[in-house]
Design a binder for this molecule. Structure first.
Ligand SMILES: Nc1ncnc2c1ncn2[C@@H]1O[C@H](COP(=O)(O)OP(=O)(O)O)[C@@H](O)[C@H]1O
Ligand SMILES: [Mg+2]
Length: 218
């Protein structure tokens, strides 16, 4: 591709997600799933179109306002967990709050509560290395919740987990959706994706809702 030439990965995408909704996004490798998550999360700007989180239109925000949204409205989970190796589970969660300018004993207390809520109350001082993959993803989920986001974007969060552990992580996302979060999860695993309320397929730059007719083609 020549320098400066635009390559349109995503076209005509129209998605509306509400509180308490849990969506899965599937699609072939390279179809733009991560790109779409990065746009929704305000990490990269869309070359056209609009993204709104709560009342904010991302394209209209100043850099500071956008940073604020990224910190406080969006939580992320990744395939490889992205924990900081030399920080304990609790310190990883607390760091996310520190980065959003929150400090003090409340922050530590909240970190403990979040880790308890994801079933890791007895592992808060463990380093990531001393935790299983599923436990590390639970820490990452606790961290994603640290600043009480509106939406959680999870990019293949079960990709490194065995199917039983993956299912447990999905159950946790379901529980979070029930408690009022919006979850958008990329998954290659058809069985896990079907635990979501709605499955979207991204193909040739467009998102369609999964139907019986298109589900076999992936
Ligand atoms: N920063 C970038 N600059 C140019 N092309 C990119 C960039 N990031 C991803 N792409 C391309 O965009 C397409 C979609 O990538 P990606 O969103 O990572 O797909 P997926 O997550 O579905 O596998 C791919 O063709 C990829 O090579
Ligand atoms: Mg990807």
């Amino acid at each position: 591709m020549d320098k400066g030439e635009e390559y349109h990965v995503l076209k005509g995408i129209d998605l509306e997600m509400r509180e308490t909704e849990f969506f899965a996004l599937m699609g072939p490798s390279g179809s733009g799933k991560s790109t779409l998550l990065n746009i929704i999360g305000g990490l990269i700007p869309a070359s056209s179109g609009s993204v709104n989180i709560d009342e904010s239109e991302l394209a209209d925000l100043t850099d500071n306002e956008l940073t604020e949204i990224r910190r406080n409205k969006v939580g992320w989970c990744f395939q490889d967990f992205n924990l900081i190796d030399n920080l304990s589970a609790l310190e990883n969660v607390v760091l996310a709050m520190n980065l959003a300018g929150k400090r003090g004993s409340d922050v530590e207390q909240r970190g403990k509560e979040l880790l308890e809520a994801v079933g890791l109350g007895d592992r808060i001082h463990h380093l990531p290395d001393a935790l299983s993959g599923g436990q590390q993803q639970r820490v990452a989920i606790a961290r994603s919740l640290a600043n009480n986001p509106t939406i959680i974007l999870a990019d293949e969060p079960t990709g490194n987990l065995d199917s039983q552990t993956g299912k447990e992580i999905i159950d946790l996302f379901k529980q979070l959706a029930n408690s009022g979060k919006t979850i958008l999860m990329v998954s290659h695993d058809i069985a896990l994706a079907h635990a979501a309320q709605k499955v979207f397929i991204l193909r040739n730059g467009r998102v369609e809702e999964e139907t019986d007719a298109n589900k076999e083609e992936l």
